[in-house]
Design a protein around this ligand. Sequence first.
Ligand code: NCD
Ligand code: ZN
Length: 350
Amino acid sequence: MPAHCAPQTLSITRPDDWHLHVRDGAALQTVVPHTAAQFARALIMPNLKPPVTSTAQALAYRDRIHAAAAAAGHSTFEPLMTLYLTDHLPPDEILRAKDAGIVGVKLYPAGATTNSDAGVTDMRKTYATLEAMQRAGMPLLVHGEVTSPEIDLFDREAVFIDTQLIPLRRDFPALKVVFEHITTREAAQYVQTAHGAIAASITAHHLLYNRNAIFTGGIRPHYYCLPVLKRETHRQALVDAATGGSPRFFLGTDSAPHATHLKEHASGCAGCYTAHAAIELYASAFEAAQALDKLEGFASFHGPDFYDLPRNPGQITLHRESWTPPQSYPFADTTLKPLAGGEVLHWRMA
Ligand code: NCD
Ligand code: ZN
């Protein structure tokens, strides 16, 4: 479409972020207001140190997040909480969690990503708890990567589907599963065609970048996340999935803040920070695919529909406007570099 015919504003139902890391303590003061300015709700990941493994811990964490939002003037922001699945999460904790409004239980294969040391070492050890989740209608949210060192880093998601996810779903056919932050054509195809209650979240950075971004002009640690960015054919498959209108795909930023000095490090942490401009980054990706009309379903409808929660009242409006996010934010007693900081973006939320 010629530039002078392109839409200048875009209003959509207020969206939700279905996969978010906000950390804890003073860090909340920077990152929670960024999310709360755009999203009505966000599904909060439980990979704190130590992880959030009980309903009581999750509710106390929710209060701290809520207080950080309210202090910035976003008192209606609703953090949706998750528990961290370990080899020892007791089945009766699932009922307590369900009653308290906990929205999901997160599976990290042990060692798969940041703060996942307490993760599951053998799926069999979790079967009684998964049984309780299936019965209670509690969704399982999976970080879908195998951790075996002999499997190539770029193949770990595809191998997870065949060796872990398919057997798991065979054993628990009624368990609701969200394949979190998918990064490959294989994952998109599996979610699109599988039977039963399954959906996937997709990040903005996996829609916008392929793995070249990590290596352009030198090693660029702020583009390093897990699952790692993949080759261009996979990025295109994710764009097709996100913009295709299927209710099985929805927005989850996986915004994952780390202090600058821990990213720019000999052993840099995995995680891209995108909460400062999340909906703008998604709008860029959808516009590049000429699919801005599909953004609302992906960002605002498919997530709540899958989680059996009401769609949000109210709207947000994006304007076509060039602006440059800052290169750095204060972050507790250090700093945080956002993705696309110092670069020009072409959509801006009013
Ligand atoms: C996340 C983090 O830093 O907590 N990092 C990441 O690269 N996405 C963990 C995760 O979701 O894998
Ligand atoms: Zn994550």
